[in-house]
Design a protein around this ligand. Structure first.
Ligand code: GDP
Ligand code: MN
Length: 380
């Protein structure tokens, strides 16, 4: 789950990392009131789950509440990389002497958290890595040993920070970032820029914070932070129905049971020359309600032109899945072509049940590849 900047900063604050004061605003009037309360110059910052807001006109400095209100009016409703701005973070403006970059993420290859730090902050990490790779200091932390203060010093000295006060502050922030990463089950914590003010104070001016979805049960307050309007609306419906659903770009709706089979199904659709419209995992079950829930999510996507239903019966029996599909079809009006492949436990009985009662838009194919080809053909 990706957090908004202000939410990530709240977690930073809880970990002791210095951030500026600010207020959330949903309207230009609220932005004005926030600027008034903060008194002094403020930054009006679009809150969207996308980077590069500055370049897109989503971040503006204001010296008066009037100006903050005007900026808020201009920024609210902006489309930043497909995200419509609906909330603003009004923050006490900082004077900036230097912009650094600090992040902590998972290096899946090495299976350890990876720190990256450079004094060349302010621009996107991809650009730094490309144009100035030697300026980027990388350091892995062994999760079993935990974080050691010498690691912070290595990052700070390695990047060439020479001011002793800066060194000390940044080293402390690095330790706090590691604590936040572990404590909140993060996948990514990025501070870009980490600034130094003209008075030599180091603080986090931006935050990108991703929390592991699988750990959200441990963090009800973070789970509450989710903005259902920001994501794909279908993903929100799917979450509500407890269907695993990921929106993709193509035309073939994909539904399998189990993540492994569903992923393979996505691959086979691609192999057959089609493009999957989604990834939908029924999970272990295959009862009528599960089928109805999955189909009701998939069919809400207007991009879907045909559905490929791929089930391998293990503990789940194919005859039950077949009955589930038929029951689902009587409960909901499905006009799209549906291609079913059943294999595994009681597959023959399942196919027989479908063949006997199937409506015209349902076809049953014997193998995964044939079913994929058929679905791709029907979606074309
Ligand atoms: P991003 O573009 O989405 O990464 O948003 P950031 O929060 O990183 O802001 C982009 C840029 O706006 C920063 O790199 C700063 O240069 C500038 N900026 C943001 N907040 C302030 C502030 O308080 N004072 C000043 N002077 N500039 C700011
Ligand atoms: Mn930034």
């Amino acid at each position: 789950m990706d957090l908004y900047e202000y939410q990530g900063k709240e977690l930073f604050r809880q970990a002791g990392i210095p951030v500026s004061d600010g207020h959330l605003a949903f309207t230009s009037q609220e932005a004005r009131a926030a600027a008034h309360e903060l008194s002094g110059p403020v930054v009006v910052k679009a809150q969207v789950l996308a980077g590069g807001r500055g370049k897109a006109g989503g971040i503006k400095l204001a010296t008066t509440p009037d100006e903050a209100e005007a900026h808020a009016r201009a920024i609210l409703g902006l489309d930043i990389k497909g995200h419509i701005v609906r909330r603003l973070w009004i923050e006490a403006a900082s004077d900036i002497a230097k912009e650094y970059y600090l992040s902590l993420t998972f290096d899946r290859g090495i299976k350890k958290p990876l720190f990256m730090f450079t004094t060349q902050g302010g621009v996107e990490i991809e650009q730094i890595a490309e144009e100035n790779p030697q300026a980027l200091v990388r350091l892995h932390v062994d999760p079993l040993e935990g974080f050691n203060p010498w690691q912070a010093r290595r990052l700070v000295y390695g990047a060439g920070v020479t001011d002793p006060s800066e060194q000390k502050q940044i080293a402390r922030i690095i330790g706090q970032l590691y604590e936040a990463f572990v404590r909140f089950d993060a996948m990514l914590c990025e501070v870009n820029p980490l600034i130094v003010t003209p008075d030599g104070v180091v603080k986090a001016l931006d935050s990108k914070f991703t929390v592991d979805d699988n750990a959200l049960y441990r963090h009800p307050a973070i789970a509450e932070m989710r903005d259902d309007e920001a994501g794909d609306p279908l993903e929100a419906i799917a979450r509500e129905k407890k269907v695993t659903y990921v929106k993709l770009d193509g035309e073939v709706g994909v539904c399998g049971n189990g993540a492994g089979l569903t992923m393979s199904t996505v691959d086979v659709v691609t192999f057959a020359g089609g493009r999957p419209a989604n990834f939908c995992d029924l999970g272990g079950g295959g009862d009528a309600q599960g089928v109805v829930d999955a189909l009701s999510v998939i069919t809400r996507d207007p991009q879907v032109k045909a559905i490929f239903f791929n089930v391998f019966g293990g503990i789940t029996r194919c005859d039950e899945v077949a009955r589930g599909i038929l029951q689902a079809l009587t409960e909901m009006k499905l006009e799209l072509p549906l291609v079913v492949r059943l294999d595994g436990t009681n597959a023959e009985e399942g196919r027989r049940i479908l063949a006997a009662a199937a409506p015209a838009n349902l076809s049953v194919e014997p193998t995964m590849l044939e079913a994929a080809r058929r679905a791709v053909e029907l979606a074309a």
